[in-house]
Design a protein around this ligand. Structure first.
Ligand code: A3P
Length: 313
């Protein structure tokens, strides 16, 4: 893997090409009981990640796949740029921005963590990992973490379409097959319910802020304002509006479309709430309602998700 300024899109393109040479059952590997795509993650990188030394001024975004992490990456990168007095254009710049490293912490080659040691602060990183699989230095050094969560029915729906759109994941003939795997931990990054249960143990810590996809959809400006306050980034009204505008679904989709139409359609699919209603059968609704009730509903994070509002027909 190249080691500097790589576009995430180029990286994904290469992974898709590598995945096309593999059989369906070769696309994932298991590490500590959780599945990951073999073309972008490796046991060697996971091992190296354990001793990664986080800095107290790192900025971390945690979110399960398909909970809106690309959206929040845009917002956080813009906020960091503002904090460094950089000028932002009105339009979101899509793939034109090439981060020094693949922004997802667990994605990439094992040497990436060595290279990251040399990066200036503040370093930005996103992750789909459960807290117990993150390097302990993140918690020891009280790194600020923005935890993004989304209602599980839309996460599953989005993940289904993503799996069928992006070749690094096993594809599915039917939604029913995907639903079965989603409910039984057989998708990349494991069970979303376990993910929520594990992160719930951390959400009262002062260095963690939780935000839901749905509250951002409802009032993005307020969400951005709260995120900026959490990271102690002063924002003028004008800067706030700019961040909101640049991170809008239409703006992000349009900009990536200019260079990568196919991937833009995969990453920026519908960007809404309740698309699950087009896929879930009555039986599947009941099944997920039951699992959510048993594993997550009683937790603080579970309540924050407003399951009754967003996941009941
Ligand atoms: P859908 O598949 O429901 O449309 P992630 O970035 O973690 O992979 O999550 C992808 C989901 O976030 C997709 O959901 C995608 O459309 C949505 N999304 C991406 N950018 C967004 C934005 N700017 N505003 C709202 N939703 C966005």
């Amino acid at each position: 893997m190249e080691n500097s300024r790589k576009s995430l899109i180029d990286f994904v393109d290469k992974a898709v090409a590598a995945a096309s040479l593999l059989n369906r059952d070769e696309l994932m590997f298991s590490y500590k009981g959780i599945l990951y795509p073999v073309t972008i993650c490796s046991p060697e990188a996971f091992k190296a990640l354990e001793s990664f030394e986080a800095r107290s001024d790192d900025v971390i975004l945690a979110g399960y796949p398909k909970s809106g992490t690309n959206w929040l990456r845009r917002i956080l990168n813009d906020l960091i740029a503002i904090s460094q007095n950089k000028t932002l254009s009105k339009e979101s710049s899509g793939d034109a921005e090439k981060p020094e490293e693949i922004p997802y912490l667990e994605v990439g080659d094992p040497e990436k963590y060595e290279r990251m040691m040399k990066l200036p602060s503040p370093r930005f990183m996103a992750t789909h990992l459960c807290p117990e699989n993150l390097p302990t230095s993140i918690f020891r050094n009280k790194v600020k973490i923005l935890l993004l969560v989304r209602n599980p029915k839309d996460v599953a729906t989005s993940f289904f379409h993503f799996s069928n759109g992006l070749g690094i994941f096993p594809s599915y003939d039917t939604w029913d097959d995907f639903f079965t795997d989603f409910m039984s931990k057989k998708v990349a990054w494991g069970s979303y319910f376990e993910y929520l249960y594990e992160w719930n143990k951390y959400i009262d810590k002062e260095n963690i802020m939780t935000i839901t996809y749905e509250e951002l959809k409802e009032n993005c400006a307020l969400g951005v304002k709260n995120i900026a306050a959490f990271f102690r980034i002063p924002l003028t009204e004008e800067e706030l509006q700019l961040v909101v505008e640049r991170s809008s679904f239409q703006s992000m989709k349009k900009n990536l479309e200019k260079t990568h139409r196919t991937i833009s359609n995969i990453l920026f699919r519908k960007g809404g709430v309740s698309d699950w209603k087009n896929l879930f059968s009555e039986e599947q609704n009941e099944k997920m309602d039951k699992v959510f009730e048993e594993q997550v509903a009683g937790t603080k994070l579970g309540k924050k998700l407003k399951y009754d509002v967003y996941c009941k027909a």
